[in-house]
Design a protein around this ligand. Structure first.
Ligand code: TXA
Ligand code: MG
Length: 332
């Protein structure tokens, strides 16, 4: 059984060999460990242990069992759990390790807990590029289920400090290793139908995927409950109200700028003064955490919809969505 983490202090581990080995030992015994990936910090559990995966939901306060991503060390490791196909081969060769998650049919004898797949017959898999994530997966020699390491509905963490601020006392350990380079979650592509489908925009631009596939990605039908699990609209929400497409701040607001206008008050920040979407993605959650702590509403500049702008706008729309209202997409 996983230990009762509620009353326990969360250990801060570093990315040294002993830190990684301790983290792997904790995962092996069914405990929860947060670790850095190139996208965001994940909240990891051994994906083969239902008790450990259940503890993820408890620690995050997740209201429902959404399917989780299984992180693996290599293509070979992925093939132990899913049925591979030519699209997967093409995309994995081009983009793994990296910020791309592939949804594929579960393989016979996959060994993955039903709590990871939420009972679906498909699995989301990804090989993360972050060296510390790679080392941890190698040390465990098994799949790690990991959503972002934040309380349910709150901003995703891009530093160990963000993880501690949200989950200290509720998880066994955090492997601290700086800020995440990409800054938004992985792009998810479904490969279980007649054509590859973009299930979630993320840290790898859809245009890059389409260039490698040589065909456009289909987009998910928002009203199809089978292909849109757990996409609650208000999902990355800071405590403070968020106003989008604001060309300037109103009285009492902090401004989150992009490009030349980055605001003039002490609380104003820019996602990227040079208008670079990659830099903006890396700064997104950190800046939202910072502005949220100011205790004022946040006005956000318009962000182009191209490249990583699609993922940034997706997360911003969720942050700005009204709370406690029915989701426009079915939630499972
Ligand atoms: O960058 C990332 O992807 C981060 C880091 C930690 O790797 N992880 C992450 O996990 O964002 P999470 O649990 O927050 O997001 C998982 C998403 C959910 O939106 C879920 O609906 C989708 O993946 N998903 C998981 N399994 C699926 C499946 N079998 N079919 C369709 N969607 C699935
Ligand atoms: Mg998340």
């Amino acid at each position: 059984m996983p230990q009762e983490t509620d009353q326990k202090a969360t250990q801060m581990l570093d990315a040294s060999a002993s830190g990684i080995s301790r983290a792997a030992q904790l995962l092996r015994q069914g405990d929860l460990v947060s670790f850095p990936t190139e996208t965001v910090y994940g909240l990891g559990a051994d994906a083969r242990r239902g008790d450990a995966v259940a503890a993820i939901y408890a620690a995050k306060g997740r209201p429902s069992f959404n399917p989780l991503i299984a992180h693996v060390a290599s293509v070979e490791a992925a093939k132990r759990h899913v049925i591979w196909n030519p699209w997967a081969e093409t995309l994995a060769r081009a983009f793994w390790p990296g910020p791309l998650t592939l949804v594929l049919p579960l393989a016979p004898g996959h060994g993955i807990s039903e709590l990871v797949t939420a009972g679906l017959d498909t699995l989301a898999v990804r090989v993360p590029a972050h060296p510390t994530a790679q080392k941890l997966l190698a040390a465990l020699d098994g799949p790690v289920a990991a959503p972002s390491a934040n309380p349910s509905g709150r901003i995703s963490p891009t530093t160990a400090q963000h993880v501690m601020a949200g989950l200290a006392g509720r998880i066994a350990a955090v492997v601290a290793d700086g800020a995440c380079g990409v800054g938004v979650e992985s792009t998810i592509v479904g490969l279980t139908g007649e054509a590859p489908v973009l299930l979630r925009p993320g840290g790898l631009a859809a245009e890059e995927i389409e260039a490698v596939l040589g065909q456009p990605l289909a987009t998910r039908d928002l009203h199809d409950p089978l292909t849109a699990p757990g996409q609650l609209l208000s999902h990355y929400a800071p405590q403070e109200r968020v106003r989008l497409n604001a060309t300037s701040a109103r009285a009492g607001e902090c401004y989150l700028g992009f490009g030349r206008y980055s605001g003039a008050r002490a609380c104003d920040l820019s996602l990227s003064t040079r208008g670079d979407l990659v830099e903006a993605a890396a700064n997104l959650f950190g800046h939202l955490h910072h502005l949220d702590a100011q205790g004022q509403p946040i006005a956000v500049a318009p962000i182009p919809e191209t490249g990583l702008g699609a993922a940034i706008n997706d997360r911003l729309r969720r942050a700005a969505a009204p709370r406690d209202e029915p989701s426009p997409t079915p939630s499972k």
